[in-house]
Design a protein around this ligand. Sequence first.
Ligand SMILES: Cc1cc2nc3c(=O)[nH]c(=O)nc-3n(C[C@H](O)[C@H](O)[C@H](O)COP(=O)(O)OP(=O)(O)OC[C@H]3O[C@@H](n4cnc5c(N)ncnc54)[C@H](O)[C@@H]3O)c2cc1C
Length: 570
Amino acid sequence: MTDSIEYDLIIAGSGLAGLRAAIEAAQKNSKIRIGVVAKTQVMRSHSVSAEGGTAAVIQEEEGDTIESHIYDTVKGSDFLADQDVAERLCQMMPNEIYQLEHWGMPWSRKENGKIDQRNFGGYSFARATYAIDKVGFFEMQTLYDTCQKFDNIEFLNEWFITAIIHDGKQFCGVTAIELSSGSFYTIKGKALIIATGGAGRIYSYSTYALSSTPDGLDMAYRAGMALKDMEFVQFHPTGVLPSGILITEGARGEGGYLLNKDGERFMKNYAAGKMELAPRDIVSRAMMTEMSEGRGFNHDTGVQCMKLDLRHLGDEKIKAKLGGIREISIKFSNIDPAEEPIDVRPVCHYMMGGIHTNIDGAAELQGVWAAGEAACNSVHGANRLGANSTSECIVWGKITGSIAADYIEKEYNESQFPGHLVVAEEKRIYDGIFRGSGEVNPYEVKQEISDTLNDKAYVFRNEADLISGLKKIRELKTKTWKHVDDKAKEYNTNFSNVMEIDSMIRVAEVLLIGAINRKESRGGHARTDYPTRDDANFLHHTLAYYDPNEPIMKKHPVTITKYKPVERKY
Ligand SMILES: Cc1cc2nc3c(=O)[nH]c(=O)nc-3n(C[C@H](O)[C@H](O)[C@H](O)COP(=O)(O)OP(=O)(O)OC[C@H]3O[C@@H](n4cnc5c(N)ncnc54)[C@H](O)[C@@H]3O)c2cc1C
């Protein structure tokens, strides 16, 4: 018998989406017990590293409109966004900016005292609400602080969830390892909100926290829920070399230029109307084209890069508005952006795909919702606009928290807990991983997975590369890496790493198969062998269902309300 604890609502993940969900559910019903379970400490959740802004229309007097935010989001998505979902995001966000402010969010201000906003890529109005260039840190601080007001929110920090337990009809609980003791637990619950974030550490050149692995996606996938649109990965134009740490789009929003080796602002040849503030997919493709045509710079590490020039902004403005990225640039690449341009290259930054949900965040199992980057409610389609992700986390944190609280009170029916599934899960991880034997070093496998995705499914893709990438991942799957050398119980990071690798393999496979099947170029998925968008054959979402042999792939319709897909021009 494993140890067992119980909550009414389990929230997996304590990033922006998880915290916002917890507050909403706690406010809605003070009687339900909410457990926020995360494999990190709260303020180590990846959301703290969000830099540049949170999108919302709050300057209608100055001419911004909700309609324009909706259209920018849909156009930015290369028309793969579900338009009703984009409408929901844009309509709900303005209130959330003020709600955060009332909870203590220190938004940056204009001289007249009003909340300031900056330019971001793909928008027709400067609507990224910011707090210097540390927006995620301050938002997390504000939400975490607000959580303390509620007696019915409890945090289980540093607990690694391994599986979702259900009886075939509805959610019953999760299994988790308390990392500090190494003990295996059943956490029973009536409802679950999955807010486990993005999975960008399946790429080796990545802006993500090391904890951003696909275990949250994988646990939903193994429990029978579909992963949607996993082939759409966002490559942010400005990862600083050599680490890949992000230089926020806010740097270009504040007026930074991208230069090629001829000193030319090359974006004039790709998106003359928006220049450096075209959507990320377009800027990243342009950078890669410049490099492949010989107009890039050779970086010391052996890769090609472009230059991001902020010098003309001046020392004072850089320090006041971009202090965080100045520090990153100095510490991690030895360049003071006030004096020298920064070496940048497109870097894995966001997953448009995730757990398939409807507009309310409901996943395909009764009692389960997903919110934030782990979810794919299709608000971003094939390409997310910058600053729309923190917004998404906040909006669907609120929506799912509210609906899950109602479900627990009004709709939930007790069912028999399927204890045999806990036994099976314990066997999977302890016999299959912890006590497994093998010669192959799991860390080398981890590196090989992420290098394979970097090499074979980067900004530009083609059939031959994707197929060889899939072959490689399947070879790695069969190697004897499923074993843990360190047998310690407490804080066994060897163990958690190997569990993460297990998920990486399954999710990498889904990503590559989705990319092979999508024989067109749309948003974050650019194929050199199919260079144009093909609405006749591919204006649909991709769904992948788990099968022990290989994923079962299906199509899912795109919701189009007002905006007929047209060619994207900027
Ligand atoms: C460097 C950087 C800067 C960014 N800047 C911006 C920006 O300015 N504006 C914007 O809109 N977006 C930005 N983004 C994107 C945005 O930050 C993320 O999409 C968003 O913060 C994700 O939040 P989340 O709540 O979904 O998940 P996260 O914050 O990633 O949290 C995930 C949580 O799940 C937990 N977890 C994961 N797996 C498990 C498991 N197996 N068991 C238990 N817990 C688990 C983690 O511990 C963590 O608590 C940026 C992204 C990066 C990488």
